[in-house]
Design a protein around this ligand. Structure first.
Ligand SMILES: Cc1cc2nc3c(=O)[nH]c(=O)nc-3n(C[C@H](O)[C@H](O)[C@H](O)COP(=O)(O)OP(=O)(O)OC[C@H]3O[C@@H](n4cnc5c(N)ncnc54)[C@H](O)[C@@H]3O)c2cc1C
Length: 521
């Protein structure tokens, strides 16, 4: 057993900006490690330090070692003397931040392991066999996934070409007028809620630099019915999956929820005070500008590997639009076509969706975004978006009037009285959704790598070969704005040989190779 102060969501109240960001990041992984530990169990002690801000635990090292294996996490060490035991647990890819004074002397002398990291953190150096840094990359897709990727690569010193077939960036699913971002809460914490929680934290951190693309109006997630409300109340009473800090989320009864939203809600819900509404197209443009990427629009391309380089070749004519040592497919549903892979290779399906655009003057009192079974969000153009439909395929499955009725019906279920509102049209887009609803982000394995390979049973992801110099970020589903940024950080870190920001279990959960058809004996 090692005594240490772990980052928990409470730590998001820490005053320094660096700690604020990193604390949110680490919360998901560490809370999950701690969650199964019954607080009353032998060996587990909980003690709050300061005004409810930090908790100290004694916990089994084994749990933490498993979760952090090869992944990224951060630990606050109360006691620098415990650095040696932490080094053994977290090597090779963890950062360590010391509360108070770092260990005396030069940490490099401590076995050469602790090295200064960014933001005053101390980083354990990565594996010496890590791939060399790349200098240039081609990104296919100028939606929000491509824009996040270009931005994160540029931050790591990589020059980027971004190519898209449309006339302007963010013309696919990312043309959405207003996207809600908020962490998801579930009594049984799973990969989806962990990734949205960590992704949301990273997104807020990014939006500090692009305030014009974000309305931090708060989001109310309304319970679907009385049974769901009762379930949420019980979970909060029991502290499941962990005690939620109030500045992160607050379970709010119906009257308080009505007061916050300005809507006649039928039930209470989770209030996410830091959540809000992003303007995806504006953000994508700003990220591309900030990245300094060379952006080529109106170019439909395929990626091919030739002479040790990735070439983006025009579909019509075959000329080379750009080439580089590395490539990223950020092309949503078209990832298979861009990479010339079989249609179901990445387990993606299209889910068409329509959002009804209502006259916003009919919702003068609405003060924030509301979500749940249906949702309502204010856009910049004088609309309130109410939605959204889920229609299988890339084309509408019902008429526009039926889609609108469906949206209004879902919205009405959140309310006791539905206000009369003038319908002004709709937004339509196609989500790219993976079979398990998790996104795909990381190194890509193409069919050529699997040819002639036979495995005993389903191989572990780490045993699958990857295609040299090729990464993907697609299948962002309905949450591209909430988790796209952290996934782009993951991809960019992997490409440049940095330790990834995702805990190992989440990196596996989003690995593009997880659906690859393999031959087994
Ligand atoms: C109705 C609806 C509501 C939604 N609401 C929310 C919400 O509230 N919050 C949220 O976070 N998310 C929401 N989403 C999801 C979000 O919009 C997506 O997750 C996100 O925009 C996906 O971004 P992307 O860059 O992966 O895809 P896209 O924006 O579709 O970008 C992919 C790009 O790749 C390009 N491309 C493809 N093939 C080629 C090729 N061969 N050559 C060149 N370029 C190519 C395309 O032209 C396109 O521009 C919603 C989606 C829909 C449809």
């Amino acid at each position: 057993m090692t005594q240490a102060v772990l980052i928990t969501p409470e730590a998001s109240a820490l005053p320094e900006a660096g700690a604020l960001v990193d604390a949110r990041l680490a919360a998901g992984a560490l809370v999950r490690v701690l969650a199964p530990l019954d607080k009353g169990a032998p060996g587990v002690e909980e003690r709050r330090v300061g005004p409810g801000r930090l908790q100290t635990f004694r916990f089994p090292e084994r749990e933490l070692r498993r979760e952090c294996a090869g992944g990224w996490c951060e630990v606050l060490l109360a006691d620098p003397a415990s650095a040696r035991s932490w080094r053994a647990i977290l090597t090779p890819a963890a950062r360590c931040r010391f509360l108070g004074t770092p260990p005396a002397g030069d940490p490099r002398r401590d076995g050469g392991v602790w090295l200064p990291g960014e933001d005053g953190a101390w980083r354990v150096p990565g594996d010496a066999s890590a791939p060399p840094r790349i200098r240039r990359a081609v990104v296919v897709g100028a939606g929000i996934a491509g824009a996040f990727t270009a931005y994160e690569l540029a931050r790591r010193g990589v020059a980027v070409d971004v190519i898209d077939r449309w006339g302007a960036p963010a013309n696919g699913a990312s043309a959405l007028r207003a996207a809600i971002i908020h962490p998801h809460w579930q009594a049984a914490d799973g990969p989806t809620s962990r990734l949205t929680r960590q992704g949301f934290g990273r997104m807020l951190n990014l939006l500090d630099d692009f305030p014009e693309a974000f309305d931090p109006c708060g989001v109310m997630d309304v319970a679907e019915d009385d049974a769901e409300w009762a379930k949420w109340c019980r979970a909060v009473e029991d502290g499941r999956p962990f005690p939620v800090p109030e500045d992160f989320a607050r379970l709010t009864d119906r009257d308080a929820a009505r007061g916050r939203t300005g809507l006649p809600l039928a039930r209470g819900g989770w209030w996410f005070p830091k959540a809000g509404v992003v303007r995806p197209a504006l953000l994508a443009r700003r990220l591309l500008e900030a990245s300094g990427a060379r952006v080529l629009m109106g170019a439909e391309v395929r990626l091919t590997r030739e002479d040790g380089l990735w070439r983006a070749r025009f579909v019509r004519g075959g000329a080379v639009a750009a080439e580089a040592e590395a490539a990223v497919a950020a092309s949503a549903l078209d990832a298979c076509a861009v990479l010339d892979a079989p249609a179901d290779f990445f387990g993606l399906s299209p889910l068409y969706g329509r959002i009804s655009l209502l006259r916003d003057t009919d919702f003068r009192d609405v003060r924030c975004a509301v979500t749940g079974h249906g949702y309502l969000v204010r856009t910049e153009e004088g609309f309130c978006g109410v939605g959204a439909t889920y229609e299988q395929g890339t084309e509408p499955q019902i008429t526009a009037v039926e889609a609108h009725d469906r949206n209004m019906e879902a919205f009405s279920r959140l309310l006791t009285d539905t206000p009369e509102a003038l319908w002004g049209g709709y937004y339509a887009g196609v989500r790219a959704v993976a079979r398990d609803r998790m996104p795909l982000a990381g190194p890509v394995t193409l069919p050529a790598e699997l040819e002639g390979l036979t495995f005993r049973g389903r191989p572990e992801l780490k045993d699958l070969p990857v295609t040299e110099g090729l990464w993907g970020l697609f299948g962002l589903g309905s949450r591209g704005l909430t988790w796209g940024r952290i996934l782009a950080e993951h991809v960019a870190a992997e490409m440049t040989g940095e330790p990834t920001i995702l805990p190992a279990s989440l990196a596996r959960a989003v690995a593009p190779a997880r659906f690859a058809p393999v031959l087994s004996r």
